[in-house]
Write a protein that binds this ligand. Structure first.
Ligand SMILES: [Ca+2]
Ligand SMILES: [Ca+2]
Ligand SMILES: [Ca+2]
Length: 318
């Protein structure tokens, strides 16, 4: 073994340690020296165009794409107009991308369904302030949605609660919620006596005057009796609250022929009205009569009655 053979053996060893790219098996010659076809064993640097260094972590750009670096290859990059190419869109059925329409499906391949639809004015099926609507895409179909929610009805000549009625209820009544004293009436939000007579009356509470008492008797409302004839009277329980408007039976109300008011009671605010009290007897609902005055005082009714024309007759209540 001579020195010549020793140098050749070292060169062979270096060739095995580094793998040449391309598998050509030829040795590098980058020693800065003349192109002598030999590798400089002293510079320690592999020729860049011949070897991959497994330790430097930087692959040559022309060899492969790192799938983890987040940069898609040119054929997968976003299109210049911002739309994703079809092959990246969530279109499991393989449908093609189209302009977005209101159909419950994602048409334009951006993963959002039915977005960006036109919002046009429309008229809803709901009346009042809820009729003013905007057409929107709801559940995959165009729907005219009220622009305003219903609210409590107000006195404004509008249907605020969208029930089809304008200013219904008592929203325009200035006396709404005002509770006047008995005998008073609210007008324009102010309480006042319904009639001057409503403040001056005598109460009649005799329980035998109630038509439901069923109590037989022979009392008679003649002058000087227990009923203050000629004065304003108010029936109060247990006598009752007002005269009957239909003929009662005979022999109740503590008398033979009970009286009832023919023609009905007046309305509140109607003032003093004249009516006929009939006395029912033996299938004749109006066997005898008396002319009376009646005044509706709102929460109660007043009567001013004359003495009965004959005995035994009596003014009764229910
Ligand atoms: Ca759609
Ligand atoms: Ca309404
Ligand atoms: Ca209203």
């Amino acid at each position: 073994m001579t020195t010549k053979w020793l140098v050749m053996a070292m060169l062979v060893g270096l060739s095995v340690a580094c793998v040449p790219r391309g598998g050509g098996g030829g040795g590098g010659d980058d020693d800065g020296g003349p192109a002598d076809g030999r590798i400089d064993p002293d510079d320690g640097v592999s020729p860049a165009d011949m070897f991959i260094d497994p330790d430097d972590g930087v692959p040559p750009p022309d060899m492969f794409v790192d799938p983890d670096d987040g940069v898609p290859p040119p054929d997968m990059a976003p299109a210049p107009d911002g739309d994703r190419p079809r092959d990246m869109a969530p279109q499991p059925d393989g449908a093609e991308c189209d302009p977005e329409t209101c159909n419950g499906a994602g048409d334009d391949c951006d993963g959002v369904v039915d977005e960006g639809q036109d919002v046009a004015p429309c008229v809803t099926d709901t009346p009042g302030r809820c009729a003013d609507g905007l057409e929107q895409c709801v559940g995959g179909a165009p729907l005219c949605v009220p622009r305003l929610d219903p609210q409590d009805e107000q006195c404004n000549d509008e249907d605020d609660d969208c029930d089809g009625a304008v200013d219904e209820g008592d929203v325009c009544d200035p006396c709404a919620g005002i509770d006047c004293a008995p005998g008073e009436l609210c007008s324009d939000g102010v309480c006042g006596l319904i009639d001057p007579g409503c403040g001056d009356y005598a109460e009649v509470a005799d329980p035998t005057r109630n038509l439901a008492a069923g109590e037989n008797g022979s009392a008679c409302d003649r002058a000087g009796g227990d009923l203050p004839v000629g004065e304003w009277l108010r029936f109060v329980p247990p006598a009752g609250e007002r005269m009957a408007e239909e003929a009662p039976e005979d022999d109740i109300c503590g008398t033979d022929a009970p009286g009832w008011l023919m023609g009905g009671h007046p309305q509140t605010g109607e003032g003093v009205v004249e009516r006929t009290v009939c006395f029912s007897w033996r299938d004749n609902p109006c066997r005898w009569e008396a002319q009376v005055e009646v005044l509706d005082c709102g929460d109660f009714v007043l009567y001013r009655v004359p003495p009965v024309p004959i005995c035994n007759l009596r003014y009764c209540a229910e």
